[in-house]
Ligand binder design. Structure first.
Ligand code: SAM
Ligand code: SF4
Ligand code: SF4
Length: 337
């Protein structure tokens, strides 16, 4: 326990996820179940969402505190109007070395060239099945996997570095693991299998619906020869493997079966400007109010530094021992993953 506490304190602040909207054009049941996020759901009003100026200020302060990587997310980030303008501003911040974006890919065919022109180079694209029937049901909007695959092709042609994220749920899309692996091995795009997580309060999570890394790995090694790849940097979340004899790779995000809280280096800002130190938090620190109260840059920096230094989050470690230990968590579509 003492070692663990020391580990918690050592975690550096390296990357920042910024949610640019809480709205989405999908209703994936594991994230935004349609019965809760229906036509009457109250999304954030425009004046509660951080402006580009405010996002730029927050990102600059975090860069000053050590953040080198930014990831834009949502909701669906490509729904945010004029996103390339924001990307242009963020790429100009001193200290920021890398900007990525996580998207469901639906709007990519249209937007990929403009995003690239603005300076974005890396995309994580979510796709949970190739089979159309399965995928249409999963995304809750009847959208074909072909739409996302077309977006992926356009992004590759545009020059983006891409990873594909697949959330795997037992009894829902596990039969898609092998076809997805085959397809993206062939395309040379890294595929990451994500264990179904108990984010938020509304996705009906339980242990029975979790397919663990070990189980997925077992399915994959019946068909492929895989060898481990060393972590590329401290705090890398994916456990990566290469198909022997090729450069193609896969990865696993094991936050349920093998938690990694002691090396968690990630801060998160919600679309309404709250700073969260954990994906499973209940409460965030209100940065928007600081910005709108005209605090100076240094005052803002000190406040954010203190929040990070006082963090003691280890939700996934606790889940391994106690089950799902907290009820009132923020929703995934609000914080962005
Ligand atoms: N809308 C974009 C997308 O889907 O890529 C960005 C936001 S989404 C919340 C970010 C990532 O979280 C996606 O890869 C999504 O599949 C993943 N995700 C959402 N809910 C999840 C859950 N309950 N367990 C595991 N991953 C989840
Ligand atoms: Fe939307 Fe992404 Fe959540 Fe699916 S996972 S509902 S695409 S925010
Ligand atoms: Fe980081 Fe919280 Fe996830 Fe642990 S549970 S790895 S502290 S975000």
């Amino acid at each position: 326990m003492a070692d663990r506490v020391v580990d918690q304190l050592k975690r550096p602040l390296q990357d920042l996820r910024i949610s640019v909207t809480d709205r989405c054009n999908f209703r994936c049941a594991y994230c935004m179940p349609a019965e809760i996020f229906g036509p009457d759901f109250q999304f954030l009003p425009k004046d509660k969402v951080l402006s580009f100026e405010e996002i730029e200020m927050v990102a600059s302060v975090f860069a000053d505190l050590g953040v080198r990587k930014l990831r834009l997310t949502g909701g669906e980030p490509l729904l945010r109007r004029d996103l390339p303008v924001l990307i242009g501003r963020l790429t100009a911040i001193d200290g920021i070395e890398d900007i990525g974006l996580t998207t469901n890919g639906v709007l990519l065919t249209k937007q990929a060239p403009l995003l690239y022109e603005a300076g974005l180079r890396r995309l994580n694209i979510s796709l949970d099945a190739l089979n159309d029937e399965v995928f249409k049901k999963l995304n809750g909007k009847g959208i074909s996997s072909k739409t996302v695959l077309k977006g992926i092709d356009t992004a590759l042609e545009t020059g983006f570095e891409i990873k594909v994220n697949m959330v795997v749920q037992k009894g829902v899309n596990e039969q898609e693991i092998l076809p997805m692996a085959e397809y993206f091995k062939e395309l040379g795009v890294p595929l990451r299998f994500i264990e179904f997580m108990d984010v938020g309060n509304s996705n009906g999570w339980n242990w029975e619906r979790v397919l663990t890394k070990k189980q997925m790995f077992g399915m994959l090694t019946e068909h492929f020869d895989l060898e481990p790849i060393d972590a590329a940097y401290y705090g890398e979340v994916a456990k990566r493997y290469r198909y022997k004899g090729s450069n193609a790779e896969i990865g696993f995000i094991t936050s349920v079966s093998e938690s990694f809280c002691s090396s968690c280096t990630r801060a998160r800002i919600s679309a309404d400007g709250k700073f969260y130190t954990c994906l499973f938090a209940s409460q965030g620190f209100d940065v928007k109010s600081l910005l709108r109260a005209n605090l100076t840059y240094d005052e803002c920096k000190q406040a954010l530094k203190q929040v990070w230094e006082n963090r003691n989050d280890r939700y996934s470690d606790e889940r391994a021992v106690k089950g799902s230990p907290r009820r009132n968590k923020i929703e995934m579509s609000y914080i962005g993953g």
